[in-house]
Design a protein around this ligand. Structure first.
Ligand code: HEM
Length: 505
């Protein structure tokens, strides 16, 4: 487990597959063996049987501390009910209507970087791309999620900090302190320990107070947003508005409230106000962190692959507008390949875990030979057994993707390998957005958002790493996604220093 957590470079999962095969078990403190598999048939089984394989109580607890009882945390019938009502808000038409927000915010970031370049002596800006991408994706989810103007991009220019962003930061920072903490690990494993101040937790009272206050702020803002949304829907009418109108009508919260109040929905299936409000921090966390990680890795990959960067820019120059629609973005084949390749090689969510609620027999595509030499065509999983579904291992499996699986090569998407079609992902022959009933509800949103930002930024700038590639590494923790670091500046945390040079057309 320690090797798994500490791995700062990609490849530990692939080296395990080469050494032990597709299915193995490994051990961690105070726990039974953890089942780890890259067998597509077994993964399909785990992902589709959500009544047996669910998030553990510890995962639900730690996620719940950050986002409350939103869709990402709840299980069983409650999840089914929330998902049914929320699914329509994330459809292709709905995302199409949000594209204008993605483009507006991309242009705002472009203009900030262009101004920085213009001010510099040599016409080149040195930016810390990760923090800017984090701001732009936070602004986007604020507006597209609930028509709330977070304005993290503007705050850099001296605006007052926004209370929603502040509350969110407070909860996230207290829940995701850096590195591996045994105290925290034990608290997650054993609920009874959660109220005992462990050694590293001298600040527990302060921490709890911050969390309680921040959650109260989120709830207050959530209630206000919900009340505003309900009032606006009542004024504009339930049935006539399809989400294309201006103003609030297109944001996810409005669509969710509209679905929840639809005459067709039986009263027993409606979400309570508290359930609806819980989706505000859920959208903020789920809709902000992964896209910003994915975009950071895209610029990292393009900065090193100047040929791919130039080819992409050539394609983007062929579009006659700075403000593309969703359809125009989706018609660009190389942009699509770059997005696919980044999401394959750098999946923001690298793995997910599940616990078996009952004993089960799991089908295997590739039989397993155990340490006694016995061959098993299927796996017996015991009640309570933890399972790791490794997204990165599946996406970078050399047996499927070939010997260059660990390389960034957008051209591979001209003819994806046939083996990839067995991967049970909801999108693009990969597990990046997972699969089955718990797959990412926001994958269409994320893809168009990424395309809008890459379109705008790569059309406007050339990107180059600001430090030698040998100085770049990557670091994440159990709760914080893996992102680039500068190895000589570990204390600075995750960062991506880039040189940004405006391009003349
Ligand atoms: C590149 C961007 C993204 C990636 C790679 C990604 C990936 C994922 C993955 C792997 C899961 C499953 C997690 C698990 O079960 O352990 C998930 C769930 C989820 N994602 Fe995303 N996501 C992205 C963007 C978004 C966006 C933009 C939104 C919302 C606007 C969103 C909302 C959600 C929600 C609500 C869930 C929980 C779904 C459920 O349990 O039914 N995601 N995402």
């Amino acid at each position: 487990m320690k090797d798994f957590i500490d791995d700062e470079h990609d490849g530990i999962e692939e080296s395990w597959r080469q050494q032990y095969g597709r299915t193995l078990k490994f051990y961690r403190f105070f726990s039974s063996a953890v089942l780890f598999t890259t067998d597509p048939k077994a993964i399909h089984h785990f992902l589709s049987n959500t009544h047996i394989y669910q998030k553990s109580e510890a995962t639900q607890f730690s996620l719940g501390q950050i986002v409350g009882p939103g869709i990402i945390v709840v299980e069983g019938d409650v999840h089914k009910q929330q998902r049914k009502i929320m699914d329509p808000a994330f459809g292709a038409l709905q995302v199409k209507n949000l594209t204008e927000i993605f483009v507006d915010k991309s242009i705002q970031l472009r203009d900030i970087w262009a101004a920085q370049a213009a001010k510099s002596n040599n016409g080149v800006a040195r930016v810390e791309a990760l923090s800017w991408l984090s701001k732009v994706t936070l602004d986007i989810i604020g507006l597209a999620g609930f028509n709330y103007n977070i304005d993290a991009l503007g705050a850099e220019e001296g605006a007052a900090p926004n209370e929603l962003a502040e509350a969110f930061e407070a909860i996230f920072a207290t829940e995701t302190g850096p590195g591996f903490s045994l105290a925290r690990f034990l608290q997650l494993r054993f609920p009874i320990l959660r109220n005992i101040p462990l050694k590293r937790d001298n600040n527990k009272k302060k921490r709890d107070k911050t969390i309680v206050e921040a959650q109260a702020t989120m709830m207050r803002i959530g209630r206000r947003l919900l009340a505003d949304t309900k009032r606006e829907i009542a004024e504009t009418g339930f049935e006539t508005n399809t989400g294309t109108a201006s103003g609030r009508a297109r944001d996810l919260l409005t669509l969710l409230v509209r679905a929840n109040t639809s005459k067709d929905l039986p009263a027993t299936q409606r979400l309570s106000d508290e359930d609806v409000i819980a989706q505000v921090p859920t959208f903020l966390v789920a809709g902000h962190e992964s896209p910003s990680t994915a975009l950071t890795w895209t610029l990292f990959a393009l900065a090193q692959n100047t040929t791919a960067q130039a080819r992409l820019r050539d394609e983007l120059f062929g579009v006659p507008t700075d403000r593309p629609s969703m359809d125009e973005l989706n018609e660009l084949p190389y942009l699509d390949s770059v997005v696919r390749e980044t999401l394959r090689l750098y999946p923001p969510v690298r793995e997910t875990t599940r616990i078996a609620l009952t004993n089960d027999v799991v089908p295997l595509g590739t039989p397993v030979t155990d340490t006694n030499g016995m061959v098993h065509e299927s796996l017996h999983v015991r009640k309570g057994e933890p399972i790791i579904i490794s997204i990165i291992a599946m996406n970078c499996d050399e047996e499927i993707w070939g010997p260059d699986a660990m390389q960034f090569r957008p051209e591979r998407w001209d003819a994806p390998p046939p083996g990839a079609s067995a991967i049970p992902g909801v999108w693009g022959h990969m597990l990046t957005f997972l699969g089955g009933p718990r797959s990412c509800i926001g994958f269409r949103f994320a893809l168009v958002e990424m395309k809008a930002l890459i379109f705008t930024l790569v059309r406007s700038f050339e990107f180059e790493l600001a430090v030698p590639i040998a100085e770049m590494g990557q670091k994440g923790t159990a709760l914080v996604q893996r992102r680039p670091i500068v190895l000589t500046e570990r204390a600075a945390g995750n960062q991506l220093p880039l040189l940004v040079r405006p391009v003349a057309r």
